[in-house]
Ligand binder design. Structure first.
Ligand SMILES: [Fe+2]
Length: 205
């Protein structure tokens, strides 16, 4: 795993965060399953896509077709994802991104990204590397490794952790693909997260 500190210019981090705040609670529970495609050479539609393009340069995945990105929003007392492989979930053939990566917006209790050395064809993990969430930290790892998020106590997530839920763990996840994953829309095509583009969400809508 490669970890880059002070990854993005702070004004960009601030603008991306303000755009995310405009979403309020939209798709909060589904945020890990609400992913978007950004083709190589795109003009960014909003600050979060600007951040994706800046992270792409750091990751160095130059020959990839594009980046799949999503917002990771979760409380570490009640994580919505288990350990997993990133893959083309709607594709017929099992495919993985070239590189997977996580940009952290804030520090939280626990919530470490944990990356094993287990690939889909191996029996079990021999090693586990962890990186704690810190503002403006960026972690990059091979796209075929088993990984997950640790809970508020720094353990493999299972049952809900009792007690105060603490701050929302906020990340921008970016996976770089040789070829576009199946049925992942661009932000414009998706029709969701309109608030990222600058308009406030109406209460009714
Ligand atoms: Fe993942």
């Amino acid at each position: 795993m490669r970890v880059i500190e002070a990854a993005l210019p702070l004004p960009l981090v601030r603008r991306a965060r303000e755009a995310i705040v405009r979403l309020g609670g939209e798709r909060l529970r589904q945020s890990y399953f609400t992913t978007f495609w950004l083709p190589r050479g795109s003009v960014p539609a909003h600050a979060v896509e600007e951040a994706v393009i800046a992270l792409w340069r750091l990751a160095g995945a130059r020959r990839c077709d594009g980046a799949e990105w999503w917002l990771g929003r979760a409380y570490t007392t009640d994580l919505p994802v288990e350990f997993h492989f990133d893959e083309d979930v709607k594709g017929r053939r099992r495919r993985h991104p070239r590189l997977s990566s996580v940009f952290f917006f804030n520090s939280v209790r626990g919530g470490q990204l944990a990356v094993t050395d287990q690939v889909p064809t191996s029996q079990a993990a021999m090693r586990l590397e962890t990186v704690a969430p810190r503002r403006n930290r960026y972690a990059i790892f091979a796209g075929n490794l088993l990984h997950g998020v640790l809970d508020a106590r720094g353990r493999t997530p299972g049952k809900r952790v009792h007690g105060a839920r603490g701050r929302l763990r906020l990340t921008l996840v970016v996976n770089y693909w040789d070829r576009r994953p199946t049925c992942v829309p661009t932000w414009t095509e998706s029709g969701v997260y309109r608030g990222l583009g600058g308009r406030r969400q109406s209460r009714s809508g």
